[in-house]
Design a protein around this ligand. Sequence first.
Ligand code: OOG
Ligand code: MG
Length: 253
Amino acid sequence: MNYKELASIVDTAAAEANAVEQLSQSKEFTVDEAYEIQKEAINFRYDRNEQFIGVKLGFTSKAKMEQMGVHDMIWGILTDAMLYENGATLPLSKFIHPRAEPEICFRTSKALPAELTLETAPDYIDGVAAAIEIIDSRYKNFKFSLEDVIADNCSSSGLVIGAWHPVDTPVNHLAIQMEFDGKEVAAGNSNAILGNPWESVVAAARLTAQYGQEVPAGSLIMAGAATAAVFLESGKKVVAKVEGLGEVNFLPQ
Ligand code: OOG
Ligand code: MG
């Protein structure tokens, strides 16, 4: 099977909300090949007129790596079809076994260069916001190897963004919390994200350049979860709160 054929398996699984076996069970592939498969899977979305809106990083915190049993940072692509409005109802029928995780989102003001530092990164960003990512692995039992999850566009399936705040809004050492119907289901600190969430912007610039992905002005960068992700429950309102950045919510139904 070539990359495109492998990509069509995860793309169809996503489109039909039907879990499949891990791709590596039929063919072994490397991390670099996994990104080739991811690219082909995203091309299927572009063929359906979905638009690039940004990138997401994954496994930027210990909590996430431990939950999923993997040990390296990953990145994937976000499209407009994944974006839900703050307060929206999320149709659960479109998903397989979705989980939510509270995150921080950055918005680019200029195209990202390949090399950024903690000092230069803010020059390329014009907003920060509280966010929730909805991840929905296309693999059975939400189980995968590092290569498999990369090929599956890092489980990307949805995101909700809160109100934008200026670029100089502090993002370090912020309390992050997620509630289902008012009950806390996850809690952490923003510094669990690579020691400083701005490191995610630096990493996004480096990784996207390495794989030839442009990140134009106006793109979103999801920094990765500081806490483990939690399975959605129908009718239970999901609220994420990030100290200083406010709240963001949606209703799975
Ligand atoms: C992969 C996606 C990880 C994060 O924020 O760490 C991720 C997964 O856990 O299915 O989005
Ligand atoms: Mg995430």
